[in-house]
Design a protein around this ligand. Structure first.
Ligand code: SF4
Length: 251
């Protein structure tokens, strides 16, 4: 699906760009917020989980290797996906508006941006971007980079809500950043032991410090993923229960 030039709806007085008005208003979507995460990787910042229906079926980890399926995270995510936990998207947006000014927060420890048949729902993301104004939200997406999704991702990044494109190789992440001017991250083999290295074209790759300095660095003290204008790729070595399956996909 291709989205045309963004134009304001002057004839109706509607302040929303035309591409937003051409999309369905809403998709039912359940989100759970943890206001001060106990997750050692994130540290005590607000984090969220969005139900599994938000995930792209094109994600290479959709069936195998998804970190969100296992252990306590898996139990929590299943309950959110079954709507036994969490709140509606609108309630979630209201809660984001109440986050403290300038607060760093991580959207989607598991889950992705709401979509309809693979096209990210621009109205719902626009509401999130607006709610995040004055705050430092960041997230990741595995949705396919078609013209429509690229537009939504670029708009979010340009308006203060950082959306990192998730990839399975630093070379693809490099290509995404160079071609589309949006931040990208990559899952890399668990055997990687360097703190940083460079892609073939010379772009710097920084391995997530929380994976290198376990227990000493976390998202609350790092925040690199929130920097949408960064020039470097962030890499995450495969880890956890699904490490072998992930290694098989990214190696
Ligand atoms: S690079 Fe920093 S912000 Fe990103 S996941 Fe790792 S610790 Fe969190």
């Amino acid at each position: 699906m291709t989205v045309g030039k963004v134009a304001q709806g002057a004839s109706t007085g509607c302040p929303q760009p035309l591409y937003l008005r051409s999309q369905p208003h809403h998709t039912t979507m359940q989100v759970a917020i943890t206001t001060a995460s106990g997750n050692s990787n994130t540290g005590p910042i607000p984090t969220t989980v969005t139900e599994r229906a938000s995930c792209s079926t094109a994600c290479p980890f959709y069936d195998t290797g998804c970190y969100g399926k296992y252990h306590l995270q898996g139990v929590h995510w299943r309950k959110v996906s079954n709507h036994e936990r969490g709140v509606s998207w609108d309630e979630f947006i209201s809660k984001v508006r109440k986050f403290a000014p300038n607060s760093l927060w991580r959207h989607n420890v598991t889950g992705d941006l709401p979509h309809l048949l693979g096209d990210i729902n621009p109205r719902m993301v626009d509401a999130l971007v607006r709610a995040n104004k004055g705050r430092k939200g960041f997230t990741y997406t595995h949705h396919v980079l078609n013209d429509h999704n690229l537009k939504v991702i670029q708009d979010a990044n340009a308006n203060g809500f950082t959306v990192n494109v998730s990839t399975e190789s630093v070379e693809v992440a490099d290509q995404v950043m160079s071609e589309h001017n949006i931040p990208a991250v990559a899952v890399i083999p668990s055997t990687e032991s360097r703190r940083f290295f460079h892609t073939e074209s010379g772009r710097k790759v920084v391995v997530c410090p929380a994976k290198i300095h376990k227990g000493k660095v976390n998202c609350s003290t790092c925040g690199l993923c929130q920097q949408s204008d960064r020039e470097f790729i962030i890499a995450f070595p495969a880890h956890g229960t699904a490490k072998k399956a992930v290694d098989a996909i990214v190696s």
